[in-house]
Design a protein around this ligand. Structure first.
Ligand SMILES: [Zn+2]
Length: 438
């Protein structure tokens, strides 16, 4: 008797990510109750399963949904507001004043809806976000069906969201209590950066991270100025300070990590810390080029992030994959650094590991959640195709993503976002543009 399932996807190719480095031809994915039941050849799949719905994806490759390991989703409403500036000028003279004037729960809800639409259409099924009013981000991601690791942001200085570090933490923990059992939602403690968070607050966050078994999502070693200022104020570089405060551990997601010496790479490896590598943002703000080849050689786990639409300006993990692979080669002088399969792992399973979600997402394997995407490979710019993994990293763009499922639910079909009308997104974006431009 065939086993009853909800959905059978018959694909030309499957890149499961685990086991590493393989491409399966003419394989199917069987899905039931939101989970992957099996990955197997077409003929066996037809024999073993009876599906309520079957999709023939004869020109497509299936792979896990991409994981954006670092973003500030709501800032999609500030895309292009201030460009061609260094980090601190951009932050202090443009972004922080605009945030002080405009950021409310409604801003975050609308901005996250807009960003989430862009992410899903581009094949991203999970976002690690850091912003204010996390309950508003959760609301929009739930509406879109996008998996979210919501950052509980902490700063020392007041914003529209909270007055001081204690208030940020109290609000964040209250949101965590309210949504901790909600499907598709997890949390990170998100102290903003070494230059905006005090030692006392960092120590408290290290303790909370251990008690709550929650990752810490933090910008660190982004620019040379950050390191210089930290040296001046604390007598040590930021990573040494964080080590002293108990932050370096398998719970840490170190965002950027552009400027590292050999001892710091070793320290990240030995403490089991993870990196969220954001190559486009680092280039645009002229922060520098992260030593990805050396980090990879040392065995540090590296995921990929877009950062915000205000510093990138695309929420496009395909671009990050390509840039990560190209920059690692160019900067190290080694063309074998970050090969296509390694770049794909960065955009999927490595991000899942950093978030502590690798038992559920990041690869296509029985028992994992059916977070997956189909990419169509029959357009002229993708033909011929000798090596699917190579195409995915060096030739494919987000416009080639045709279908997206999260937890087995279709969220994009034939390139169209399901559930939210394009007209609604356009109207809310234009209404915020009117306010921010004035
Ligand atoms: Zn950032």
């Amino acid at each position: 008797m065939p086993i009853q399932i909800d959905l059978l996807l018959l694909a030309r190719w499957v890149v499961p990510i685990e086991p590493a480095g393989i491409v399966l031809e003419n394989h199917a994915i069987a899905i039931r109750d939101g989970d992957i039941v099996d990955v197997l050849p077409h003929a066996e799949a037809r024999e073993h399963f009876s599906a309520n719905q079957t999709a023939d994806l004869d020109e497509h490759v299936l792979l896990p949904g991409l994981i954006n390991l670092h973003g500030h989703a709501a800032m999609s409403l500030m895309r292009g507001l201030a460009d061609d500036l260094p980090l601190m000028t951009w932050l202090q003279e443009h972004i922080w004043p605009a945030e002080a004037k405009h950021v409310t729960a409604a801003f975050v809800r609308d901005g996250t809806l807009l960003a989430g639409a862009e992410l899903l259409r581009g094949g991203v099924t999970c976002l690690n976000d850091m912003y204010f009013f996390p309950e508003a981000s959760i609301e929009s991601c739930q509406r879109l069906g996008l998996r979210l690791a919501a950052g509980l942001t902490v700063l020392e200085f007041p914003t529209n969201y909270a007055a001081d570090a204690d208030a940020y933490l109290a609000k964040g923990l209250e949101v965590r209590d309210r949504y901790r059992d909600t499907a598709l939602v997890s949390f990170c403690l998100a102290p903003h950066a070494p230059y905006t968070v005090s030692d006392t607050t960092f120590e408290r966050i290290a303790t909370l991270s251990e008690q709550l078994n929650t990752p810490v999502h933090l910008h660190v070693h982004e620019t040379r100025d950050e390191i210089r200022d930290n040296l001046k104020q604390y007598g040590v570089r930021p990573l040494a300070r964080l080590e002293r405060l108990g932050l370096l551990s398998p719970s840490l997601i170190a965002v950027h990590a552009v400027h590292l010496d050999a001892a710091e790479i070793d320290l990240l490896k030995h403490t089991g810390s993870h990196i969220a590598h954001c190559p486009s943002s680092n280039l645009k703000l002229a922060s520098g080029i992260a030593p990805t080849a050396a980090l990879q050689a040392a065995g540090v786990n590296i995921g990929l992030g877009t950062d915000s639409a205000a510093s990138n300006n695309r929420l496009d993990v395909w671009t990050e994959m390509r840039n990560a692979a190209l920059l690692a080669k160019g900067a190290s002088g080694d063309a074998t650094a970050v090969n296509a399969h390694q770049a794909l792992a960065m955009a999927t399973i490595n991000g899942a590991r950093a978030l502590g979600l690798d038992r559920r997402i990041g690869s296509l394997a029985p028992g994992k959640a059916a977070d997956l995407i189909a990419v169509r490979l029959d357009s002229p710019e993708l033909t011929p195709c000798y090596d699917v993994a190579s195409h995915l990293v060096y030739a494919v763009g987000r416009e080639h993503v045709s279908h997206v499922w999260v937890n087995g639910e279709a969220r994009v079909a034939d390139g169209q976002l399901l559930g939210v009308e394009r007209r609604e997104l356009r109207q809310l974006a234009l209404s915020w543009q009117n306010r921010l431009a004035n």
